[in-house]
Every structure is written in C-alpha cells, then in structure tokens.
Ligand binder design. Sequence first.
Ligand SMILES: Nc1nc2c(ncn2[C@@H]2O[C@H](COP(=O)(O)OP(=O)(O)OP(=O)(O)O)[C@@H](O)[C@H]2O)c(=O)[nH]1
Ligand SMILES: [Mg+2]
Length: 436
Amino acid sequence: MKLKETAFTVRAERAILFRAMLNRNRGEAPLEELQRLAETAGARVVYTAIQNRISIDPVYYLGKGKALELADAAKELDADVLICDDDLTPAQVRNLEKVIGKKVIDRSELILDIFATRAKTFQAKLQVELAQLEYTKPRLKRMWTHLSRIEGGIGTRGPGEKQLEVDKRIISRKIQYLKKKLYEVEKRQERLVSSRKEFFTISIVGYTNAGKSTLMNALTDVDTLVEDKLFATLDTKTGMCRLENGKKILISDTVGFIQKLPHHLISSFKATLEEARHADLLLHVVDISSPVVQEQIDAVNAVLKELGCDNKPVIMVFNKVDTITNESIVPLLRNRYGDCVMISAKTQRGIEDLKRRIEGELEQNFVEIELSCSPGNGKLIAYLHEHAHIINSQFHEQGVTFKLLVENRLIHKLRMMDSDIQIQGTSLSDGADTDI
Ligand SMILES: Nc1nc2c(ncn2[C@@H]2O[C@H](COP(=O)(O)OP(=O)(O)OP(=O)(O)O)[C@@H](O)[C@H]2O)c(=O)[nH]1
Ligand SMILES: [Mg+2]
C-alpha cells in the first residue's frame, strides 16, 4: 500500500486520524474538526481514515480488517499516535493498540490534552488536572485486567493489583484535594460574580473559534487573546461596555464549547462558566462561515442546557459575515432565528446594531423602580440582593427605600412577598414615571 504524505519541515508528533461513520447523510465535514483539534495539540496529521459501518464494533471500534490497514499505514508513515474522533472504551483502546502497535487516544483525551497545555490560571489548571484524573481513574482498573489476563493471574493478588491499588488511592486522594481547592476558588468566584449584581451582565457564549473574544474586544476595553485556534480562551474575562443610553453593562467572554465536550470538563469548568450562569443575557456567537452551522448551534445549546442556562434570554449573533460567499444563508438564518443580528466582529460591521439590540433587551426585560419597605423585612431584602440590581438604598424614619433595576416578571413576586411594600416605577424605555 502506498500512501500520499503531507509535506512538512518540522517534526512534531505524527498523527493518523480515524472514525467510523454510521450516518453518511449528515452533511458534516468528516474529520475536519478533529484535524484542527490535533493540530491545535501540536500534531501533524499524516493520514486520515473513515469507515462506513452499520454499528460500532465493541472490540475494535472499527472492523478488524480496517484496524490492520491502519497498522500498515502507521508503519509506512512512521506515525506516533492514532486519534479516534469518538470516545473509545478502555478495551477498544487496548485492542487497537495491540493490533497497531502504536499509541491510540480518543477525542476526549485529545481535548483534555489541549486544555492542559493551554490552561494558564491557577483555576484553569486545577480544573484540567481534575478532569484528567477523573478520566484516567476508571481506566486504571481495566489496565490491570489487561495485565492479569496476560499473566494468567485472575483471582491472584499479584503485583499488578497492588500497584493498581496504590495508584488508585493516590489518584483518589489527589482528586479529593483538587476538589477542595476548586471549591474554595469557586466560592471566591461566586462572591465576585454576585458582587457585580448591580450591573446588567452579559455573557458571550458559543462554539470554539466562533469569534467570541474578537467580539469581546469590539464591545469592551478589555484586550483578550484572539487566535485562529480552538480553545484560545480558557479563562473568563469581564469588561465594561457603555451603551448609547449611557447605561453601563458588564460583558464576559467564556471558554468555547465543542461537540462531544468531555463530560468531566463541563463539570470542572462550571466555575469558569459561572459568569454564564449568572448572566442576565447571553450572546450566542455563531461562525456563519462554518459548513456545519446548525450542528454547532445545537452543540452549544446542549451545553447551555446542561449548565441550566437554557431559559435565559439569548440574542443569536451570526459572526464573520465578511467571509460569506453564499449570500443565501442569510435569509435562511433570519427565517429560523427571527431577531438575530449579523455582524463581523473583525471589521466591526453590525456592532452598533448589536448594541441597540442589547439596549432593547435591557428595556424589555427590566424596569427601574423605587421600593420602600421596613428594614426588618430581612427575607425581602435578601431576595432583592439576590435577584435585583440595587442602584442605591436610603434609610429614613419610615423604613428603607431601594432604587432597583429589576426584571418585569419579578414585580408580582415582590408584591406577593410583602403586601405593605410600596413600589414606584420608571420605565426604562421612555424615561417617564409609570405606576406599576
Ligand atoms: N473573517 C473574520 N474572522 C473573524 C471574525 N471574528 C473573529 N474572526 C477570527 O476567528 C478566529 C477566532 O477568533 P476568536 O475571537 O479567538 O474566537 P473565540 O470564539 O474566542 O475562540 P476560542 O476562545 O478558541 O473558543 C480568529 O482568527 C479571528 O481573527 C470576523 O468577523 N471575520
Ligand atoms: Mg476566545
């Protein structure tokens, strides 16, 4: 078998990518994303293989014949690693490694590896290490089963098991330690996020490489790293944006989402995504030039659901409109996502439109009110601190008066909590006083 090789000058890890395709009609670009992930991790892709199958093989993932073909390719091209686009069971990894004689890793492991090399802050490093250990721990056991089978040692307490127990104990202890540390960091983060409650906060979410950080830079004075790489951002940054009506809002950038994001990573990154969970409004940035726009939107929505953010108000922001060659996609998307905004974060096209939409959202959902109550009503006051933006508060003989920015739907709830409170409102949209 003679294989065509991509030319390159610097030697990095040489990778072969592979996957089984169960459904050919999804119009996706097979292995394109995995290729970008592999390159982000520093590998050179020397060969790719796809096998159409009716179902996944539990032993080899692909058919054994295909696995042997990969072994030939790996030898001929002097590959260092084979990367599968799906997650593999520990048994599949072991079986493939035996047949091919090279290191085999799966998509989750690759993503974890990228996160590990890109994590910069203490928090991100803790999160990645925790995710890596949680991923590794169940695999240790299987490694031993594998060993014991070779040695015929089933039921015997051989050195393999002892070592395994030691390893598992060390890992468990480390996991406990990391969780404790992360808990402390999360608490600090939570306090920080809730201390910003007096501002209207927006979180920029979206698929990795959609242009979130570029948009963040366009909207605020924060300078965030922008790179044509997957997972350029692992730590959230928050910046201030001033709208035309003079209102100041806070905007934060978040880590990018991806299809089949390893589950451990989502749970470990909850603190980083804390900003999104507390945001009043989400900007869902979509790369309009991607050939798989809808799949990326779906993947982001799935993660948002997992984070409990699926009921938040969202503005769909289609980015990179400067790149589209096929204009027909615009009416299509407008049709599906009625009040979306088309922008180019890079050329700043549509940014003013987006700001106006944000203003509109602010006006639609929030009213500015004055609420007077007794200072002894601790429950109500605690509720206000939690759910409203307190602009200021004044104590006087009759009680305390808060000037608040509060969601429309909460007014009714406030009245239910205490029938003695007095509420006066100023509609944000026209600046006139209104009785609520
Ligand atoms: N042509 C074009 N490129 C853009 C636009 N916005 C962003 N990009 C490019 O897209 C790439 C990714 O941009 P980022 O802002 O880093 O994307 P991100 O969503 O923050 O990515 P991660 O942090 O890695 O998830 C960069 O090369 C940007 O220059 C745009 O409007 N038009
Ligand atoms: Mg970014």
